[in-house]
Design a protein around this ligand. Structure first.
Ligand code: CA
Length: 229
């Protein structure tokens, strides 16, 4: 549920805004004083701020400026005078929208919804996608370190995962067991190339349909292994 903070000293207006936003499914908090409002706006996480301009304590101009120093959260500024809106714009405080009193509550709700969905799209587009390799039903999520075979998740130990991911991201290349051992196991590890053989066997049990005719990890006799794409 999206959280909205209303900073407004006129109690009747604040309550009206709250009622309408709650009816639309928002979680709404009110602060009637500029100082308190600013503290809360900076300290807590909200999805949107509705900010009155003239407030006891710190005014809306200052609150807007302070929020923008650390957050990209949408800010809708509310003003009693149309002239003030030009002033806000002129100051370039970073507010996303402006509305003058008196306004219809449904207009306010529509604007809040529009800004929230735009902001969510922006957040989603900047989120980094996981690094995923997908080959014929085998899906390896390198970021989350998870593996699926035909949509079914399989459990891998750390080294099994490292070995599979290494082979899959270097496809069609033959690696000797010595090379694989030195790449995946650190120098201090106890073990030898037989460790590689054991791990390949375990990986195949999890990802291959047939262990005698592997479709992903091929054995190149006398040389090593190759991941086939
Ligand atoms: Ca006011």
């Amino acid at each position: 549920m999206s959280k909205v903070l209303i900073i407004e000293d006129e109690v009747a207006i604040a309550d009206l805004e709250k009622d309408y936003l709650e009816l639309s499914g928002f979680d709404v908090e009110i602060e009637n004083n500029g100082n308190q409002g600013l503290l809360r706006a900076l300290k807590e996480d909200f999805d949107m701020y509705i900010l009155d301009l003239m407030l006891p304590g710190v005014d809306g101009f200052e609150i807007c400026k302070k929020i923008r120093e650390s957050k990209n959260t949408p800010i809708l500024m509310v003003s009693a005078k149309k002239d003030d809106i030009d002033k806000i714009r002129g100051l370039g405080l970073g507010a996303d929208d402006y509305i003058t009193k008196p306004f219809s509550p449904s207009e306010l709700v529509a604007r809040v919804k529009a800004h929230l969905s735009r902001y969510e799209r922006l957040i989603n587009s900047t989120m980094q996608e996981n690094d995923v390799i997908e080959i014929r039903g085998l899906k390896i999520d390198k970021t989350a370190r998870r593996v699926w075979v035909n949509e079914e998740e399989k459990q891998f130990t750390t080294k099994e995962f490292d070995l599979l991911a290494f082979l899959a991201q270097n496809p069609n290349r033959v690696f000797s067991k010595e090379e694989l051992f030195s790449k995946i196991w650190d120098l201090e590890s106890v073990g030898d190339i037989a460790t590689v053989t054991v791990h390949i066997k375990k990986i195949r049990e999890k990802i291959e349909f047939s262990s005698t005719k592997p479709q992903y990890i091929e054995t190149i006799w006398g040389v090593g292994y190759r991941f086939k794409v």
